[in-house]
Design a protein around this ligand. Sequence first.
Ligand code: BJW
Length: 231
Amino acid sequence: MSNIVILTGAGISAESGLDTFRAEDGLWAQHRVEDVATPEGFARDPGLVVNFYNARRQQASEVEPNAAHKALAQLEAEHEGSVVVITQNVDDLHERGGSRKVMHMHGALKSALCAACEHRWPAPMVMAPGDACPSCGSPQARPDIVWFGEMPYEMDLIFELLGEADIFAAIGTSGNVYPAAGFVAEARRAGAHTIEFNLERSSVGNMFEEHRTGPASQTVAAWVDEVLSRG
Ligand code: BJW
């Protein structure tokens, strides 16, 4: 029984209609990363940041999981060993595609976080700067998103999973952001077979033993069929 650990990035949700970050017309071409994805940007202009995530929350609610999300859910349901999805994505398309074991290492659009007491609660579709925390009352609600310079979530458990992985697959991620970009090295140290699914080689593409090039909706679905037919 093999343990499969899957890392996903914005590319897996692209065919559902969500923008990636680093494409020519992607999110970072439309917004300055320092303004919308850093704690300093939030301190300077909370309204700008809250509105950026309000718009993303709205867009994410209007799109549907694609064949790649659904194939990973099928893999989790039918594979005899464990299957865990570690996603850098803040949308909920894995969950809506049927996956149950999903870890959101960069946070989630559907969650709000109190910067004062770290209480979390379901985010309303439209957050406003200065919203009060329902637990401590402090007007310091923020989107529950991991910005640059902040520690991604569940790192201890993630490194434990990587240390026990037999197969590590990275899907639709450019390999530009750490610590996620370093997971392939960690999985290889543990002896896992490593596979990259992307339209092109990522920045850490040379670390992978196998490459499946093409749209995730096709390559991931075909790979899941192969894994399940091997038993
Ligand atoms: C398809 C496809 C299709 C398209 N099919 N594929 C110097 C060196 C090393 C590290 C650092 C450094 N200076 C600073 C750092 C640390 C920093 C970092 O990595 N910076 C880099 C820019 C260098 N990292 C951090 O600050 C992180 N925290 C941290 O390190 O804490 C300390 C720590 C220490 C030790 C252990 C652990 C921690 C926090 C990073 C937070 C990232 N936040 C963001 C924004 C918030 C979320 C949001 O708004 O949604 O997360 S940035 C953004 O990038 C977002 C993404 O999750 C992340 C990754 O992007 P992703 O998913 O790879 O998207 P793209 O657009 O880059 O790529 C899409 C890919 O899909 C492409 O390759 C396409 O080809 C492909 N594709 N269509 C298949 N149909």
